[in-house]
Unconditional design. Structure first.
Length: 247
């Protein structure tokens, strides 16, 4: 299994230069593990490309690609970002060293805030086509969720549930933006020596809460849909929850 490691001496992806820190012989080891489910049923890349999930609105769907961006995980003490790619099983486990024992509020950001969503800034994201076209204001995707669904005509058709910063293109020469990224607060976690923290990700929530999603009305061309982006942001706030914390 591929892992993205947040070693505080050499952080895999940072906004700022790494800072020199003290090191001990056996520093505490924190493993942040993202697990995925559909309303409680485990979901991995082995479940891709099959029409095996049903949305709250009743559409049968498949998942062909699922990757999303999290940033500023507070346990690291650095600005950072990780691209979680469920299809490639990468970025799903993050190793963090040198976290002192204690109680922490576990928070991270879904996507990039406006101040960090800088066009062309992050070479890794550029290299995997995670950028947003200039006509939509540039910057980066927050999530790409793609697959097929059975529409009202009983035909299999594609959907592209792509989450970005909301952009109002009423006047293409004067784009207006709304920051639709958001902070995820999973509450307090107790760190005592080596600790594994599970972050549970319920993909079904993207389609139901608080906005019941009708794929027959909103399946593709969502990136330039200002209202759809605000709806997706609202739905995303119930996706993440704290799972098992073990030492």
């Amino acid at each position: 299994m591929k892992k993205f490691s947040f070693l505080l001496i050499v952080i895999l992806m940072t906004f700022n230069s790494c800072k020199e820190i003290d090191c001990c012989e056996n520093p505490p080891f924190i493993n942040l593990k993202f697990t995925h489910n559909w309303n409680g049923v485990p979901l991995t890349n082995l479940d891709f490309n099959e029409l095996k999930f049903t949305t709250e609105n009743g559409e049968k769907i498949s998942i062909e690609r699922l990757r999303y961006l999290v940033s500023n995980i507070n346990l690291t003490g650095f600005n950072n970002y990780v691209l979680v790619n469920v299809g490639e099983n990468s970025g799903t486990e993050i190793s963090i060293l040198d976290v002192k024992d204690g109680t922490y509020d576990l928070t991270f950001h879904f996507g990039f805030s406006n101040q960090d969503n800088l066009d062309g800034e992050y070479q890794l994201l550029n290299s995997v086509s995670f950028d947003v076209p200039a006509m939509l204001g540039g910057g980066y995707h927050f999530m790409q969720l793609d697959g097929k669904y059975i529409n009202n005509n009983n035909q299999e058709t594609g959907y592209n549930y792509h989450v970005i910063r909301a952009v109002d293109r009423t006047d293409p020469a004067n784009l207006k933006f709304e920051d639709t990224s958001f902070e995820v607060n999973l509450g307090k976690v107790q760190i005592k020596g080596n600790t594994e923290i599970e972050v549970k990700v319920n993909i079904a929530e993207w389609f139901k809460n608080p906005n019941l999603w009708n794929l027959n009305e909103l399946d593709t061309n969502l990136m330039g849909n200002f209202e759809a982006q605000k709806m997706m942001s609202a739905n995303g706030k119930s996706v993440f929850s704290l799972g098992e914390v073990s030492q």
